[in-house]
Write a protein that binds this ligand. Structure first.
Ligand code: HEC
Ligand code: HEC
Ligand code: HEC
Ligand code: HEC
Ligand code: HEC
Ligand code: HEC
Ligand code: HEC
Ligand code: HEC
Ligand code: HEC
Ligand code: HEC
Ligand code: HEC
Ligand code: HEC
Length: 286
């Protein structure tokens, strides 16, 4: 701004303010002088005006400078023309927070929001679902602040920002096939989860399966261990009662003869001979 012009403008503005404040106290009122208009402010306050122009959002469209800044120095003290947010924003839990400007750093760009990594409670004035999950399913994530992970509002972090995958087969996009961020210890998965994800931790089960020639060897782990981690199926859920009751009474555990489900094929030939008279076969085979 041109300094000389600025002084002239200020002088004019101050004269206006003086006349206006005079008008308040004195009677009878002198002829009305032109009041300071919203369009005048930019002449001396280029920065706030530019900020509002660019990113004022509702503070540009729903209010003007003077809705917030009522009066002007020297007639009104500088501190008294800075509005409190609560002058207009009331009635929601969010508006009861302390330190609005700690996140809305600049009232002239109200939606440019920044905060530190230690924020939780203020988030809860708008988001309640996540804290409920975190609390009903306690994990080490429950002890973290929301903004430790969401350091920019609305940003969703990748798990792999902080954790290594269980194996080289897994990418960042795979974590949510088994985990949810706000309840990471409750592991649940879909019925298409590939065996290689399980074998990252269950190498033994996987190698038995891969080596086995039995039909189970071709199955997905999750076709038997369904939905939730550590679910163990009962053979009879799928096979019913394949053998006569007499035999089952004597040998109540399927694994006595068939070994583990992953490895039906390793059933030793010798034991096969000792096996009882030919058992009834389930369903479709032969
Ligand atoms: C002619 C120039 C001029 C115009 C026009 C003008 N101002 Fe100012 N304004 C100033 C000056 C100079 C100060 C500093 C006064 C002081 O330090 O005592 C100031 C101070 C302020 C402050 C306080 C700043 C602080 O540091 O706390 C606000 C807010 C403000 N003006 C808003 C406005 C608004 C809103 C308008 C339009 C309605 C406006 N001004 C119009 C020159 C102007
Ligand atoms: C929604 C309310 C609101 C509106 C609209 C608004 N301001 Fe402000 N303004 C504030 C608040 C609050 C502060 C104090 C910010 C702080 O303490 O950091 C402020 C600070 C200022 C300051 C002093 C600090 C600075 O940034 O230079 C000036 C000058 C100013 N405003 C001018 C304006 C002008 C000019 C307009 C219109 C183009 C305007 N304001 C519109 C709320 C508003
Ligand atoms: C003079 C009244 C007034 C003051 C003072 C005021 N605001 Fe606003 N603000 C509004 C209005 C009107 C809206 C639009 C309607 C609404 O969202 O309630 C708004 C909207 C907003 C929005 C949403 C913007 C958008 O476009 O979605 C934010 C964020 C905001 N205000 C923050 C603040 C903060 C922080 C302060 C204090 C520094 C503040 N306001 C002071 C009147 C005000
Ligand atoms: C911890 C940071 C933080 C603090 C402190 C904070 N806000 Fe917000 N505020 C936000 C976030 C994040 C949003 C959501 C922005 C969005 O919707 O994109 C928001 C949105 C808003 C909105 C627009 C949405 C709505 O509900 O109307 C207003 C208005 C607002 N804040 C006013 C305030 C006021 C007034 C205060 C102080 C009493 C305040 N904020 C304190 C972070 C904060
Ligand atoms: C004033 C209310 C308000 C506050 C406070 C607030 N948010 Fe939000 N948040 C919203 C709204 C509204 C959206 C949806 C915005 C959209 O869809 O563009 C959102 C979106 C989000 C998203 C993205 C959601 C998605 O589906 O992509 C995350 C993550 C988020 N907020 C986290 C936080 C965290 C962490 C805090 C505290 C630091 C916080 N929010 C504070 C209102 C708020
Ligand atoms: C910003 C970093 C960060 C992000 C992003 C993150 N975590 Fe964590 N996570 C941690 C920290 C810190 C711990 C606690 C580590 C410790 O104390 O050993 C943790 C612990 C865990 C634990 C162990 C919980 C317990 O109570 O034993 C699991 C499981 C976990 N994270 C999974 C995930 C998954 C899945 C994602 C993505 C959805 C994810 N994390 C995203 C930082 C993060
Ligand atoms: C350990 C990091 C971490 C922490 C702590 C965390 N989040 Fe999230 N959040 C995520 C990840 C990752 C997602 C993406 C969804 C997923 O993977 O389950 C997410 C998703 C969201 C979403 C989008 C909607 C949804 O539920 O999927 C919101 C909103 C959200 N978080 C808010 C919060 C709030 C509020 C807190 C604090 C109470 C919080 N988050 C704590 C990592 C975290
Ligand atoms: C196939 C399902 C599955 C997938 C996919 C998966 N996890 Fe896990 N994850 C688990 C299981 C099961 C545990 C719990 C083991 C236990 O009970 O100790 C676990 C535990 C964890 C732990 C805590 C224990 C540890 O190893 O530190 C972290 C952290 C973790 N997962 C992160 C991830 C990340 C990051 C991804 C994506 C790259 C991911 N997980 C993908 C099933 C999975
Ligand atoms: C991050 C490593 C990890 C991943 C990935 C993982 N698990 Fe586990 N799993 C474990 C741990 C640790 C145990 C507990 C072992 C113990 O108690 O001896 C376990 C136990 C089991 C058990 C035994 C439960 C019992 O009662 O004996 C089954 C069944 C199981 N997992 C199946 C799976 C399946 C299916 C997948 C793939 C969808 C999978 N796991 C992925 C680590 C993992
Ligand atoms: C989730 C269902 C499921 C569970 C649980 C299950 N099976 Fe099977 N099993 C099958 C299916 C399907 C076949 C193939 C049937 C066919 O093609 O005729 C099969 C085949 C077999 C066969 C024949 C193997 C072959 O190669 O021909 C034996 C023996 C068998 N199962 C025993 C068991 C035993 C013992 C258990 C428990 C330790 C068990 N199964 C658990 C579904 C299951
Ligand atoms: C045909 C069904 C079936 C399939 C396919 C299957 N399991 Fe199992 N699994 C079982 C049954 C049944 C048990 C309980 C032991 C038994 O009776 O054989 C079991 C036990 C386990 C156990 C606990 C005992 C141990 O060996 O540590 C783990 C871990 C396990 N399975 C992981 C896996 C993984 C990983 C896969 C895929 C590579 C897989 N399972 C495929 C049926 C199956
Ligand atoms: C006493 C040993 C023994 C026990 C215990 C036993 N089986 Fe068998 N099972 C056999 C023999 C022997 C065969 C016939 C093998 C063949 O025909 O090659 C057989 C066949 C099967 C078959 C059909 C295989 C095919 O090729 O069609 C299934 C399925 C089966 N058993 C499931 C089970 C289940 C489930 C249990 C537990 C409820 C069980 N078995 C308990 C010895 C046993």
């Amino acid at each position: 701004m041109n300094v000389a012009k600025g002084f002239k403008l200020l002088a004019a503005a101050l004269a206006t303010v003086a006349v206006v404040s005079l008008a308040w106290g004195a009677e009878p009122a002198p002829p009305a002088a032109p009041a300071l208009a919203n369009s005048d402010c930019v002449k001396c306050h280029a920065k706030p005006a530019a900020a509002i122009e660019a990113k004022g959002m509702a503070h540009k469209t729903s209010v003007g400078c003077q809705d917030c800044h009522v009066g002007h120095p020297p007639a009104v003290a500088k501190k008294d023309i800075i509005p409190s947010c609560g002058m207009c924003h009331t009635g929601k839990p969010h508006f009861k927070l302390a330190g609005c400007l700690s996140c809305h750093r600049n009232p002239h760009t109200p939606k440019v929001i920044t905060f530190g990594k230690d924020v939780t409670d203020p988030c809860l004035t708008c988001h309640t679902e996540q804290i409920a999950k975190l609390k009903t399913n306690p994990s080490k994530h429950t002890k973290l602040n929301c903004s430790f992970c969401h350091d920019v509002h609305g940003k969703i972090p990748q798990c792999t920002q902080c954790h290594k995958p269980h194996s080289a087969d897994m990418g960042a996009g795979d974590c949510k096939k088994c985990h949810q961020a706000h309840m990471p210890k409750v592991v649940a998965y879909g019925n298409d989860t590939p065996n290689k994800f399980c074998s990252a931790c269950h190498n033994k089960a996987n190698s038995l399966m891969t080596a086995s020639k039995a039909k189970h060897g071709k199955f997905l782990c999750v076709s038997c261990h369904q939905n939730k981690h550590k679910t163990v199926p009962n053979c009879q859920e799928c096979h019913g009662s394949p053998h006569p009751a007499g035999i089952m009474n004597k040998f109540p555990v399927c694994g006595n003869c068939h070994s583990i489900a992953h490895d039906l094929n390793n059933w030793p030939a010798a034991e096969k001979k000792e096996a009882p008279a030919k058992p009834a076969k389930p369903g479709k085979k032969q």
